[in-house]
Design a protein. Structure first.
Length: 117
């Protein structure tokens, strides 16, 4: 059973940085074969895609975070990271890690990020 555990959230002032981490375990196939993503959900809003890292390292970002956030993966440690720089109050949300392979998705419980102005 896939387990994803996020960490690294917290309270930070606008302009600051945070690094989120997602520890993954329980995969049927090798971790490197999974597409890993970060999503976020602000209060009263729908969950939105933030960043994706594909098998092999190709990345994609939402327009709202492009140039400020960096997603990366460590296929030896089975971890995925989200480096968040130049944070803005509108980045305040719960951040979720997702794994995906052949249409099967798994989610973590989330970590809260609050950016004060």
């Amino acid at each position: 059973q896939v387990q994803l555990v996020e960490s690294g959230g917290g309270l930070v002032q606008a302009g600051g940085s945070l690094r989120l981490s997602c520890a993954a375990s329980g995969f049927t196939f090798t971790f490197s074969s999974y597409v890993m993503s970060w999503y976020r959900q602000a209060p009263g809003e729908e969950r939105e895609l933030v960043a994706v890292v594909h098998s092999g390292g190709r990345t994609m970002y939402s327009d709202s975070v492009k140039g400020r956030f960096t997603i990366s993966r460590d296929d030896v440690k089975n971890r995925v990271y989200l480096q968040m720089d130049s944070l803005k109050p509108e980045d305040t949300a719960d951040y979720f890690c997702q794994s995906s392979r052949n249409g099967y998705d798994s989610w973590g419980q989330g970590t809260q990020v609050t950016v004060s102005s």
